[in-house]
Design a binder for this molecule. Sequence first.
Ligand SMILES: Nc1nc2c(ncn2[C@@H]2O[C@H](COP(=O)(O)OP(=O)(O)OP(=O)(O)O)[C@@H](O)[C@H]2O)c(=O)[nH]1
Ligand SMILES: [Mg+2]
Length: 323
Amino acid sequence: MLLKTKDKMKLLKNLNFNKLKNSLSKTRNKIVTSITETVSRKAVLDEDILEEIEEILITSDIGYEVSMRIIDETRKKMKSESDRSKLNIIDIIKAELTGILNKYANVPSEFEQIEKYKPFVILIIGVNGAGKTTTIGKLASIYKKAGLKVVIGSADTFRAAANEQLDVWAKRVGVEILQKERGTDPSSVAFDTLNVAKDKNADIVLIDTAGRLHTKSNLMEELKKIKKVLGKVLDYAPNEIFLVLDGTTGQNALIQAKEFSKYTDLTGLIITKLDGTAKGGVVFQIISEQEVPVRYIGVGEGINDLQTFDSKEFVNALFENEE
Ligand SMILES: Nc1nc2c(ncn2[C@@H]2O[C@H](COP(=O)(O)OP(=O)(O)OP(=O)(O)O)[C@@H](O)[C@H]2O)c(=O)[nH]1
Ligand SMILES: [Mg+2]
């Protein structure tokens, strides 16, 4: 049974501000705290401070272009404001960063589309260890809580322990899972999963895949095949192809996003492991350079540690001082 619209709206945004704030503490130290310290050393904003801030930004995974945008904007405001002591550099940076993340603020979530497509089909891809399987477990939990009937397909038939790991998640969440022997063609798992989902009148399907490097062209072809087979069962499927990126890899995550988008029609990104890394600034760089939105972020290993990506909440959490 689907939830009432009002309850569903609540679930549209799976957010926990305190958790988000805590998970971003290392990134906050690297960016915000460093800037605040620099600014507090001088009463008035001048070119020297701008240079110091520029260096902090450039070395913080935010990327050169985003950093320059922020510095240029600040310099402009410095010129137009006669009393520089009135300028609040933190507010200027915050506004710029929010502007960058707002690029995809209005992308419809799966909850808004789910009534049109039944079952709604999500394919999860990414390099080894990015967090695909864990993210599927967390997503299944979010959907289950929303009252949706979930079916998971284990199309990672490559790694020995893959089935077992996904099975643990499926049991924990209490959702149906389809698995086949190791070595089975992943597209046949995808095919069967969709048929089972149709038979059981499921609302949403999550398909896990094996980790793969974009440099392995046979594995990238395999993704195309999975996609094609999904489309044979349901002509609209997959509705979403989410690329999972490990946030702790910083610049590598950016490269993966660029490379995977050459082979597959990505519809969204999920950036995991933002807890415990100082490289969270990469989120800004990824969004400014990629053509697809960030949909979810991973903030821990637990079942509730996947949050809807919300640009305003993200920037606020990054700038909020810890109590
Ligand atoms: N701290 C933290 N750990 C995470 C997060 N997401 C995933 N992990 C951990 O990352 C490790 C790898 O996660 P998996 O879900 O197995 O990654 P995968 O992409 O499925 O890996 P392969 O199937 O081997 O390619 C596990 O130890 C997860 O607990 C996160 O948001 N935060
Ligand atoms: Mg996996």
